[in-house]
Design a binder for this molecule. Structure first.
Ligand SMILES: C[S@@+](CC[C@H](N)C(=O)[O-])C[C@H]1O[C@@H](n2cnc3c(N)ncnc32)[C@H](O)[C@@H]1O
Length: 267
């Protein structure tokens, strides 16, 4: 178990797909020789922290076909769900493994290493070890939907800035990989990949959450309030006030949460 529930991953998937930068995703498929009018077989995508298969679904919607999907996750229940949903239509190899044991990751033959909403949980040590294992002449890296530290709420509340500063501090907490990079992860990945000779492109992929996302926004607000409730200088009254105001506007308000997508192609 990793702490990411199927229901939360399902709740965010629509916003994730809308936010995902389609130009980079399509470039990744083109690099594989995967467009709707030209399909090359036997391409391997290793999706790290795959969850229930969100990257598989997103890239399949955008034209991916004949891919061997090697899904890696610590949480066996999420992998079982991915297999239940797609095992009969897609070639899936599922690996229940701890990503931090990088030397044992099943990367052999990978054309793309992908990950969605993963690297902001990770540390410099993990990224260094992972990228050192990847063959920079043959394997592309596609890292989508990593939080960039920006959040804008409408209507505004006087505690928004204080809560965001606390939340961004919490993003640096160890999530099992060592001290997390949080909002710095895309910059760090870009630097490490460019040093290895990759050609790196980055595009913004913000969540734009409005009325139709009320359930997701409400979960998010509760999650943020929980994360900042201790250790970051907010009083319990401030956290409560902010949470109640935000929940009261989850249906009629709007929220923009910044993310980055990154595609690194062998140079
Ligand atoms: C935010 S979720 C994203 C899941 C999926 N990529 C998506 O976009 O829906 C992070 C995923 O990373 C997995 N994960 C976290 N730490 C891990 C670790 N040390 N080893 C393997 N998987 C891990 C979790 O189980 C979870 O599925």
């Amino acid at each position: 178990m990793s702490g990411f529930s199927i229901s939360w991953l399902d709740l965010r998937e629509g916003a994730d797909f809308t936010a995902r930068d389609k130009t980079l995703a399509t470039q990744a498929l083109e690099w594989l020789g995967q467009t709707n009018d030209h399909i090359s077989p036997d391409r391997i995508i290793v999706d790290l922290g795959a969850g229930t298969g969100s990257t598989l679904r997103a890239l399949t919607k955008l034209g991916a076909n004949n891919i061997v999907w090697r899904l890696v996750d610590l949480d066996g229940k999420l992998l079982d769900e991915a297999l239940r949903r797609h095992g009969k239509q897609c070639l899936i190899e599922d690996y229940q493994a701890d990503l931090t044991i990088t030397e044992e990751l099943p990367l052999t033959g990978a054309h793309i290493i992908s990950a969605s909403a993963l690297f902001d949980l990770a540390s410099t040590t993990f990224i260094d070890a992972l990228i050192n294992r990847i063959d920079a002449r043959k394997t592309a890296v596609y890292a989508a939907l990593n939080y960039d530290g920006t959040t804008t709420w409408f209507p505004a509340h006087s505690l928004d800035e204080k809560v965001l500063a606390a939340f961004n501090q919490d993003q640096l907490r160890d999530k099992g990989f060592g001290p997390a990079l949080g909002p710095q992860c895309t910059d760090y990945l870009q630097q490490v990949l460019e040093n290895k000779g990759y050609s790196v492109s980055i595009k913004a992929s913000p969540w734009e959450l409005g009325a139709k996302d009320e359930a997701m926004t409400s979960e998010l607000i509760s999650g943020i309030a929980g994360a900042v409730s201790e250790g970051y200088g907010l009083t319990p009254q401030e956290v409560d006030e902010w949470k109640h105001f935000r929940l009261a506007h989850a249906a009629d308000g709007h929220c923009t949460i910044g993310h980055w997508d990154l595609l690194a192609l062998p140079g």
